[in-house]
Design a protein around this ligand. Structure first.
Ligand SMILES: NC(=O)C1=CN([C@@H]2O[C@H](COP(=O)(O)OP(=O)(O)OC[C@H]3O[C@@H](n4cnc5c(N)ncnc54)[C@H](O)[C@@H]3O)[C@@H](O)[C@H]2O)C=CC1
Ligand SMILES: O=C(O)C(=O)CO
Length: 333
């Protein structure tokens, strides 16, 4: 049995696939696959391990309906047409939980770095602009006791809230599809409307998936309702904020700063005006990028592949509907 992998992934995951006796083909070029290349490489594959943002859409799935399983090296699955995959009976695996802490750390890092203009001031030194001490220069904002707003109080949102409350005693507001009793009991978090979240947050951190409902959720109208000293943090997906509207909001001082681990498109062009702004910090989508986390993601993705090829339920499945009313899979391994 063959698995095609769209990136080079950690050895920890490859080892599991090899031990399961699978033939492995990895895409090693330093560029994304074209849709046609992805189809070509999956024609003789039994499973796909997708690490990156390859579009797994209805057209791709119709071209390779024989795939027994698709495992994502990610928790986000906005690049997958889940309805089409389910219609083809293809289980989609992802990697929830194992990357929660690393990504929450990244959101916390961006909150702190942005509040103190850390990335800009570092570049100032590199430019030879560190001349003499001025009590009124290079000033940032304190976080102690400021209000943190979480948009999407799921695993990572709760982890970000936990860190921020522990570190700066920040009162927590959140907006979510439904109330989160865990966050309310543990952190005293308060469920509020989206509008209230915009109006009352001193730091607003985004942790919801990219969906039709959340696409461009943070647009000109949203930024106009935020506090002029507010910091916007996005470690979810770039598609949740409208970049031209964010740039305008920053230039017009409608919000104070922004910390982004995700942008749209990715990678961000080095000439992007956001990279010149003192109160903006941008990272290259490294939310889950620790050795330990990426190993854990690769292992979980490999376990999803192996289970799928055995016709067993995936350890982490996005579309459990594929198992409804289906006879136990024929062992393929
Ligand atoms: N920058 C990075 O490297 C990483 C980014 N991510 C992104 O973070 C997202 C969240 O990951 P997890 O916390 O593990 O997911 P999760 O499923 O635990 O939490 C997502 C939360 O968003 C809420 N939500 C969904 N739609 C919403 C809406 N329209 N309005 C308000 N809330 C809504 C859900 O109710 C849920 O509480 C992922 O979907 C992914 O896009 C995740 C890991 C790494
Ligand atoms: O897991 C995800 O959704 C990512 O963005 C990469 O870790």
């Amino acid at each position: 049995m063959k698995v095609f992998i769209t990136r080079v992934i950690p050895q920890a995951g490859l080892r599991l696939l090899e031990e399961a006796g699978l033939t492995i083909e990895q895409w090693t070029k330093k560029r994304n696959l074209t849709p046609a290349e992805l189809v070509d490489h999956c024609r003789d594959a039994d499973a796909l391990l997708s690490a990156g943002s390859s579009k797994i859409d209805a057209g791709f799935l119709a071209a390779v309906p024989h795939l027994k399983v698709i495992a994502l090296h990610a928790v986000g699955y906005d690049n997958v047409d889940i309805t089409a995959a389910t219609a083809h009976g293809i289980p989609i695996g992802n990697t929830p939980g194992v990357l929660t802490d690393a990504t929450a750390d990244t959101a916390f890092l961006l909150m702190l770095a942005t509040s103190r203009k850390a990335f800009y001031l570092h570049k100032k030194i590199l430019r030879g602009d560190w001349n003499f001490f001025e009590p009124t220069a290079n000033l940032g904002l304190s976080l102690e006791g400021k209000t943190l707003g979480i948009f999407g109080m799921g695993s990572i949102g709760q982890a970000m809230a936990r860190r921020s409350k522990a570190a700066y005693n920040m009162p927590i507001l959140y907006h979510n599809r439904k109330p989160c009793t865990t966050a309310e009991k543990e952190l005293g978090a308060r469920y509020v409307s989206f509008e209230t979240l915009l109006r009352e947050s001193d730091v607003l951190s985004v942790h919801a998936p990219l969906t039709a409902d959340t696409q461009d959720k943070f647009n000109a109208a949203a930024f106009a309702q935020m506090k002029p000293n507010a910091i916007f943090v996005n470690t979810a997906r770039g598609g949740l904020h409208n970049e031209p509207d964010l740039i305008s909001a920053l230039l017009n001082h409608q919000i104070w700063g922004a910390g982004l681990d995700v942008t749209n498109p990715e990678p961000m062009h080095p000439d992007n005006v956001l990279l010149q702004m003192p109160n903006v910090c941008v990272l290259p989508h490294i939310g889950s990028a620790t050795v330990e986390t990426r190993d854990a993601m690769a292992i979980l993705a490999a376990r999803n592949i192996i289970a799928g090829l055995k016709g067993e339920r995936l350890p982490a499945v996005v579309n459990p509907q594929v198992y409804e009313g289906k006879p136990a899979g024929r062992p393929a391994l």
